[in-house]
Design a protein around this ligand. Structure first.
Ligand code: SAM
Length: 275
């Protein structure tokens, strides 16, 4: 037994036949020190409803519960994991709700009662991680339905999320994350931390929504960043031709000879609002 009174995760994986499937982005975290560190990075959980994507055999889920999460709502696509998760639900009565389904088809804003303190915490499947983050960053209602997000990404993606203007990693993700949140890399995890190990280093990113981000239309900002960074080596008057080119840049008071990666988040918002 582990300190939480449940069997060690290796036994759980063997007992339920949970050999990792690559197509589901399954790289499991079995080290309790690391799952505990992620739970602590998420902040005070005692009043929180934690939404977890992809609990798998339940390592991080168990850490969240043993660190006092009021409730965890976990969405898992792999039906093989459900029996293992059910055993955790029984161990923590009323505190773990498992939804068998696809996170990409889930309306996250409806999972917890309105007014709840919601923290999203996940060791995300790499194949859907960026897509989910972009959805959470671009929800229509702001402040959003969550108070923080603590998420695992490949380090290269994490660097793009926290990137500052002027850096190679700065692009659409950095603009969206910088616009609506304060994002920082909390810590890195080497490939060996996972079973099976992925090819690259991973990072946990902690994002806290800004209470009053500048107003912008998400769709316009999306089109703008796509065009600007789609041709990041070109001057903006060229890359933004289809959106208004030089006239648009002048309207927003931005030098048309600049390149996308030199623009601050605030300048992107000004440009989006000028479209
Ligand atoms: N949380 C576990 C851990 O830390 O060991 C597992 C993390 S593993 C990187 C990703 C998990 O997400 C797997 O359990 C996988 O089955 C699940 N998953 C993959 N795609 C999903 C989707 N579209 N919706 C919900 N869960 C998904």
């Amino acid at each position: 037994m582990n300190f939480d009174g449940l069997p060690p995760l290796r036994e759980v994986i063997e007992h339920y036949g949970l050999q990792a499937k690559k197509a589901l982005g399954q790289n499991f975290l079995l080290d309790l020190n690391l799952t505990g560190k992620i739970a602590r990075t998420a902040g005070d959980l005692s009043q929180a409803i934690v939404i977890e994507v992809g609990p798998g055999p339940g390592g991080l889920t168990r850490a969240l519960l043993s660190h006092g999460a009021k409730k965890v709502i976990a969405i898992e696509k792999d039906e093989r994991c459900l029996a293992a998760l059910d055993a955790i639900s029984q161990h923590y009565p009323g505190r773990l709700e498992v939804i068998a389904g696809d996170a990409l088809k889930t309306d996250f804003s409806q999972l917890a009662p309105a007014g709840s303190l919601v923290r999203i915490v996940a060791n995300l499947p790499y194949n859907v991680g960026t897509e989910l983050l972009v959805r959470w960053l671009t929800v229509k209602d702001w402040p959003p339905f969550y108070q923080s997000m603590t998420l695992m990404f490949q380090r290269e993606v994490a660097q793009r999320i926290v990137a500052e203007p002027g850096s190679n990693a700065y692009g659409r993700l950095g603009v969206l994350a910088g616009w609506r949140t304060q994002a920082q890399i909390a810590f890195d995890l080497p490939p060996q931390a996972f079973t099976p190990p992925p090819k690259v280093t991973s990072s946990v990113v902690h994002l806290v929504p800004r209470t009053e981000p500048l107003h912008a239309d998400v769709n316009r900002l999306g089109r703008l960043t796509e065009a600007a960074f789609g041709q990041r080596r070109k001057m903006l008057r060229q890359s933004l031709k289809a959106l208004g080119g030089e006239a648009l840049l002048e309207k927003a008071g931005i030098d048309p000879t600049r390149r996308a990666e030199t623009l601050s988040v605030g300048e992107f918002i000004r440009l989006a609002n000028a479209i």
